[in-house]
Design a protein around this ligand. Structure first.
Ligand SMILES: Nc1ncnc2c1ncn2[C@@H]1O[C@H](COP(=O)(O)OP(=O)(O)OP(=O)(O)O)[C@@H](O)[C@H]1O
Length: 330
């Protein structure tokens, strides 16, 4: 049976203080996500944004950044806007089984009213979301959008209307390092997010990233015009990860060595990254010949084939994917 989200309350006066308190927030976490307690800096971030403060949060991949805006969306009536560069990718090139993995689907399955707006949706679907947003009492609590959409005047006017009704609670900028031209993943569309502060002055902004050297961090804070932000950084040490370096030049046979490593690791799933497409094809053929269930993944393969490799790997039909960085982009 599906659980319905805990009822939310409008935060004002004493309620505001009480609901920003740890106890109420942990209750929301347990009820909606089944986690016993907050991890790392999650609670501090959540309390900061709920109290209306801007925040810059640096947390490692898998550290639980999403919870930092998902819980605020459940703690207050209104909307949390999540700006993510990943929506377009997820929706356009992945199919059902992978879509199930994405945040919106997972949230909906938990009974949380989340949705996304993307250029790949039918106008019927988009209109339905627009109607909900324009209604006096939108049902959507978490809305995922692309930075490109923020730059359109139509959507900004819609946001301003929602804000004028006191219903825009938080703007979360995921992968915030993309705003910085100093960063490794600069996206020009992210630069346009600097207009958010001018248009929606008193809405707290939460910048989230897993990668930001001090120069990038400053650039993100300046570009988004964060005001006296709470800056929180977590340790990048992942105690569950074991690192080992083997020097290729010192190995007699790199392919044979890799084959041994994969076989001795047992029935694990793995990604082997290569610099070139031809190496992916070549190594994948070699591993397959040696009894390892394996496929290549790179931008030279058509969408259908890439999707099926991704799908098979996600459902453990394939043990190893030999890929270029195209795998990280979906
Ligand atoms: N407080 C918590 N206790 C236990 N598990 C948690 C907690 N918060 C988040 N998680 C789990 O940690 C995993 C990673 O969370 P999440 O996807 O939000 O990480 P992330 O920091 O956004 O990662 P990425 O950088 O890849 O986007 C999820 O499975 C999530 O359910």
């Amino acid at each position: 049976m599906k659980k319905s989200p805990l009822p939310v309350q409008n935060l004002s006066g004493k309620d505001k203080q009480r609901n920003c308190g740890k106890e109420a927030l942990v209750k929301l976490l347990r009820w909606n996500f089944g986690h016993p307690d907050f991890r790392g800096n999650q609670l501090e971030v959540i309390q900061a944004v709920l109290s209306g403060r801007d925040c810059f949060c640096l947390m490692p991949t898998g550290g639980g950044k999403s919870m930092c805006y998902q819980i605020p969306a459940l703690a207050k009536t209104g909307i949390v806007l999540v700006i993510s560069p990943l929506i377009a990718l997820m929706v356009s090139i992945c199919h059902d089984s992978f879509l199930l993995e994405n945040q919106v689907t997972a949230l909906k399955e938990k009974g949380i009213a989340a949705d996304f707006l993307s250029s790949t949706q039918t106008s019927q679907l988009k209109n339905k979301i627009h109607e909900d947003l324009d209604s006096g009492q939108p049902t959507i609590r978490l809305l995922y959008v692309t930075p490109e959409l923020i730059a359109t005047s139509g959507f900004m006017s819609r946001l301003k209307r929602i804000h004028s009704r006191g219903l825009l609670n938080l703007i979360a900028v995921d992968e915030a390092h993309c705003i910085s031209s100093w960063g490794h993943d600069f996206r020009p569309s992210y630069r346009k997010l600097s207009s958010l502060r001018n248009h929606l002055q008193d809405v707290p902004i939460l910048a989230l990233t897993a990668t930001a050297v001090p120069k990038v961090q400053k650039d993100v804070i300046d570009s988004l015009n964060l005001q006296n932000p709470l800056v929180l950084k977590s340790s990048f040490n992942r105690s569950n990860i074991y690192y080992e370096v083997r020097y290729k030049d010192l190995l007699d046979d790199t392919y044979a060595d890799l084959c041994d490593v994969l076989k001795s690791a047992g029935d694990v799933c793995a990604i082997v990254y290569c610099l070139e497409r031809t190496t992916c094809d070549d190594l994948s053929t070699h591993l397959s010949k040696n009894g390892i269930s394996c496929a290549a993944y790179h931008a030279g393969l058509n969408n259908k084939l890439r999707s099926s490799v991704l799908d098979d790997w996600l459902c453990s039909k394939l043990q190893v994917v030999v890929a270029t960085v195209a795998f990280g982009y979906g």
